[in-house]
Design a protein around this ligand. Structure first.
Ligand code: HAM
Length: 426
């Protein structure tokens, strides 16, 4: 039997990969406009990094990690997310001794052994950004703005930003106590996961998706009710700055996020129209994380978004992708000498930064033109025996349907001229 790709993974083909390029290009531009620089970290890390960083009460660490022993008997894990890796790299490379804050972004594959469904994969891609060494609430507002600006530029509509504050170790103790006494008599009615969360991390019960748990927590105390003065002031200021930027948001006191490292600000972006997996982005502040993995006390905040989910929303909304293939050229040549001329010409066009291809299979002229159609070439340059004898080429504008003749040696100039003209018209 033919071998198939593992469950929860995808092949990304030509035709689709251009959409990834479109998204990636916008991401890079937005990040550069906001002053974020790219970081690339290993795809696998010591398992301990995620146990300590993401937290061993989380679903990610408990159930979803791709962990194995390498040949040297080290426990290795394919990264399920990148915040812990970025913090490790920050500490290991002493980025804390550089001017602060350090603003970084990344794109790449992440791995989680999840129950797969539409929009939920085992290998998926995230674009994320992290700011290390900045505790001002202005940083929180800026990072949310990166997300919003990206969505504006790619034309993503129907998204909602939900924000919350999950407090800090000082005020979380009180919340834990209040929540404990609120749920004390109803623990048995909670789902299996929440029964164990009750002892280990009760706050997470607040955003459990199980109907019974949701019913039981309708009037439960939220973290917003027990914020200490410092956390409250921080949250008020974040909102103040968001309002200054006229950024729409909703406060969602039940949204607490599924990773252990969050403190103070937490946020998620939800999109309509892509079914149950509507969270297209999540993030928040993690002021204790760098210290937790062995670095100096350093505030941090960031987000990550699922790129497959963003593309799914764009697809649903049929937002127009920019057509980068408009000026493709296909050189169609017939006969050995014409093919040689065509081969030289194709190379010349490529050297002038024009996307050009020619037939590699020795096909007839008709099927070469069909090919030009299929690859959506803007121009076809035709060189048959007759043209060759007259030292000319026919240039057909595939979009407008008209054609013209030009001397073989001026084909490149002619096409460059046409491209310049149509770019001026746009
Ligand atoms: P997260 O909420 O676990 O946060 O993931 C962020 C986003 O990744 C989700 O909102 C979703 O769009 C996408 N995502 C997660 N799991 C899957 C999956 N199985 N299939 C497809 N897409 C998925 C984090 O990963 C944090 N590191 C975010 C962060 C950065 N917080 C601070 N800095």
């Amino acid at each position: 039997m033919a071998i198939q790709r593992p469950k929860g993974t995808q092949d990304i083909f030509p035709g689709i990969v251009e959409k990834w390029h479109y998204l990636e290009a916008h991401i890079r531009k937005v990040c550069s406009d906001f002053g974020y620089q790219e970081i690339r970290t290993p795809i696998f890390e010591s398992t301990e990094l995620f146990q300590r960083g993401v937290g061993d009460t989380t679903d990610i660490v408990n159930k979803e990690m791709y962990t194995f022993l390498d040949k040297g008997q080290r426990s290795i894990t394919l990264r399920p997310e990148m915040t812990a890796s970025v913090c490790r790299a920050y500490v290991e490379n002493k980025l804390y001794s550089q001017p602060q804050p350090v603003k970084l972004y990344y794109m790449g594959p992440m791995f989680r052994y999840e129950n797969t469904q539409a929009g939920r994969f085992r290998q998926f891609h995230q674009f994320g950004a992290e700011v290390l060494g900045g505790e001002d609430p202005l940083v929180d507002a800026e990072i949310i703005q990166v997300i919003w600006e990206l969505y504006r530029r790619i034309g993503l509509r129907g998204v909602e930003v939900h924000i919350n504050s999950v407090g800090c170790p000082v005020c979380r103790g009180e919340h834990r106590e209040r929540l404990h006494s609120y749920l004390q008599d109803r623990v048995a009615e909670l789902c299996q996961d929440c029964q164990s969360r009750f002892e280990r991390n009760p706050m997470r019960i607040l955003d459990c998706k199980n109907r019974d748990c949701q019913r039981l927590t309708v009037g439960a105390p939220t973290t917003l009710e027990t914020l200490c003065d410092d956390c409250k002031e921080h949250f008020d200021k974040v909102q103040h700055y968001l309002r200054i930027l006229e950024m729409p948001y909703k406060i969602n006191p039940k949204m607490v996020r599924g990773l252990d490292y969050y403190q103070k600000t937490a946020f998620e972006v939800m999109a309509e129209g892509i079914g149950a997996q509507s969270a297209i982005c999540g993030g928040g502040r993690y002021d204790g994380l760098v210290e937790e993995i062995g670095g100096p006390a350093t505030p941090g905040i960031g987000f990550a978004m699922g790129m497959e989910r963003i593309l799914a929303v764009l697809e649903k909304q049929q937002a127009g992708w920019e057509d980068e293939t408009d000026y493709k050229v296909v050189v169609a040549a017939l006969g050995e000498t014409a093919r040689e001329k065509g081969f030289q010409l194709t190379m010349e066009l490529r050297q002038a930064n024009i996307s050009a291809q020619m037939d590699l299979l020795g096909r007839g002229l008709k099927s070469q033109m069909k090919h030009a159609d299929r690859v959506q070439a803007r121009y076809a340059v035709i060189i048959g025996e007759e043209e060759l004898a007259g030292n000319i080429a026919i240039i057909r504008d595939m979009k407008l349907g008209d054609q013209t003749e030009t001397a073989l040696e001026s084909v490149k100039e002619y096409i460059l001229d046409q491209i310049n003209q149509s770019q001026r018209e746009v």
